[in-house]
Write a protein that binds this ligand. Structure first.
Ligand SMILES: Nc1ncnc2c1ncn2[C@@H]1O[C@H](COP(=O)(O)OP(=O)(O)O)[C@@H](O)[C@H]1O
Ligand SMILES: *[C@@H]1O[C@H](CO)[C@@H](O)[C@H](O)[C@H]1NC(C)=O
Length: 313
């Protein structure tokens, strides 16, 4: 019997294999780099870990390979107090991996192999139903098969669990049900651009794109805008609201969007009657902390590192 949790994430796990080199190699070339490290990534797992670090009881529904990367990832979830009862290991594919080369100018070249993530299937969802139906919030993205993400949204809705959908990485012809099954549809500027076909570079643009997305049937839309915070729209009050954020000196913005989403899910689960604008304002502040140190999950703050105001009713 699964324990009751606040936030269930149905999504991806990726092992980041990062090499830092003076420049990116050309085809057929071998060059020497100066640093190598392995990091824990994948949008689903990132969002789940951020939510857990703020104090949400979380469970991850995902698939990794029966390999050392998969076993290490399961240990990483345990270290972050994420329930792993619905994390399965397959012999059919390797754990998802991102081979990343970063040059001294901060540019990168990345190859992602989704591997085991694409084998998360209907049976895994059915098995996770016991934990999903009692959760407060279900969060999913598009780094697994889109059919499974949509099924997860439908299943959560049927059980009256609030749904947060992050259409990342964005696909141009997203099934219309993704909008209808989302309580909160949250994406960044480039994703909003791809989904609406309209340019999104200003807060005004985001307001227009947000309205277009809202009209496709979501209960609320959030478009994140980096240093400009985010724009929030709700079907009950469709006037776009700009939620600015504080100015900080960014060190590494990788995974900022995932930090925002994990925080948002935490607030939705813990303070269900808080206005979405207030949750977004607080999620901005959590994500702003994450951009001030290096790495993805390594930069995500814990509750103890944050001001007490972020946890007041
Ligand atoms: N330079 C920054 N300064 C302060 N907050 C930031 C910065 N970059 C990102 N954020 C915060 O992280 C959130 C997500 O960032 P964004 O760049 O929109 O997403 P993504 O990670 O998908 O590119 C923003 O809404 C904002 O709250
Ligand atoms: C939005 O997120 C995608 C990943 O899904 C990323 O590739 C892209 O750079 C982000 N865009 C912005 C404007 O931050």
């Amino acid at each position: 019997m699964a324990e009751e949790v606040d936030v269930v994430v149905v999504g991806s796990c990726m092992t980041d294999l990062v090499s830092q080199a003076p420049r990116l190699p050309k085809a057929g070339e071998t060059i020497h780099g100066h640093k190598f490290f392995i990091g824990f990534g994948g949008k689903g797992a990132n969002q789940c870990v951020q939510s857990a670090r703020l104090g949400a009881k979380t469970a991850m529904v995902c698939k990794v390979g029966k390999d050392s990367f998969g076993s290490n990832y399961i240990q990483n979830f345990k270290d972050n107090s994420v329930c792993t009862a619905f994390v399965t290991q397959t012999e059919e594919a390797m754990t998802g991996a991102a081979s990343i080369i970063v040059n001294d100018a901060g540019e990168n070249a990345i190859v992602i192999v989704a591997g085991a993530n694409m084998l998360l299937g209907d049976r895994d969802l059915v098995q996770a139903r016991s934990v999903l139906e009692k959760a407060k919030v279900m969060l999913c993205q598009l780094e697994i098969s889109s059919h499974i993400s949509l099924q997860a949204l439908r299943m959560a809705r049927q059980c009256n669990v609030k749904t947060v959908f992050n259409p990342a990485p964005a696909i141009p012809d997203l099934h219309s049900d993704f909008y209808k099954e989302s309580d909160v549809f949250c994406c960044n500027e480039s994703e909003a651009e791809l989904l609406t076909g309209a340019r999104v570079s200003s807060v005004d643009d985001a307001g227009h794109a947000g309205l277009e997305l809202l009209n496709r049937g979501c209960a609320a839309v959030i478009i994140t805008m980096g240093t400009q915070g985010c724009v929030v729209l709700q079907a009950s009050n469709p006037e776009p609201k700009h939620i600015p954020t504080t100015k900080v000196t960014p060190v590494d913005t990788t995974g900022a969007g995932d930090s925002f989403l994990g925080a948002l899910a935490f607030y939705m689960a813990h303070y269900p009657s808080m206005p979405l604008e207030e949750m977004s304002k607080r999620a901005n502040l959590v994500a702003a902390v994450s951009v001030q140190s290096v790495g993805t999950q390594t930069s995500y703050p814990f509750k103890k590192d944050l001001p007490a105001e972020l946890f007041m009713k």
